[in-house]
Design a protein around this ligand. Sequence first.
Ligand SMILES: [Fe+2]
Length: 234
Amino acid sequence: MANAAALARAAEELEAAASPSRPPTRRARRAPRPGPDPRHGPRRQPLEIYWGQAQDHSALGTPYGNRFVTGTPAGEDLGLGHVVLPVPDIEAALDFYENLLGFQLRDSMKLPPQAVPTATEQRDFHWMHFLSPNRRHHSLGLYPGALPPGIVHFMVELETLDDVGRGLDRMQEAGVPIASSLGRHTNDRMVSFYAQAPGGFQVEYGWDGLVVDPATWAAKEITADSFWGHRWNG
Ligand SMILES: [Fe+2]
């Protein structure tokens, strides 16, 4: 948040939203159901809201010479990358992040029932949503099911395609299982692969992610997750 007053206002708004007298949002009116506790996020995934971050201004160096993309050349913050979270109640989760936290919905995609074996309801298809509070195409993906690690994957973005290729070499040489081959996503245009990380979730290692203009963005439905590649192993 910008300052202490903004943080206090956010806390008040979230506390008020937790009240049973909270007027339902437009989406919640369409699909009435018990909402999440706004202080914790859907399925009690703790969410930290802060201000006054102390910054270390030295350049981050890695032993491999690569740097991570966390902002635009103009200095706008894009965050660390993105995270995809499992949310058994997809409508409540979308309501929380879109209407209470103010994230912008960027894309949605229909998943067939077999892609969501832990869905809490039988449906012909399940929506997956992609949102962000900044200009990165998505900082958050919402997967409409439960997964024990509590996270589906997180993504970090590299400055060059060569950085991604060298990372793939390192992981294969180290015997890390590659969960998905290199490919380019349709929604954020990211060229990436997925490695199976210890802990039961995946890490997406990518390059060339899409930066959007929130003022003119129109939310879309995508009908495939990749233009090419991203062949999943198992
Ligand atoms: Fe991703």
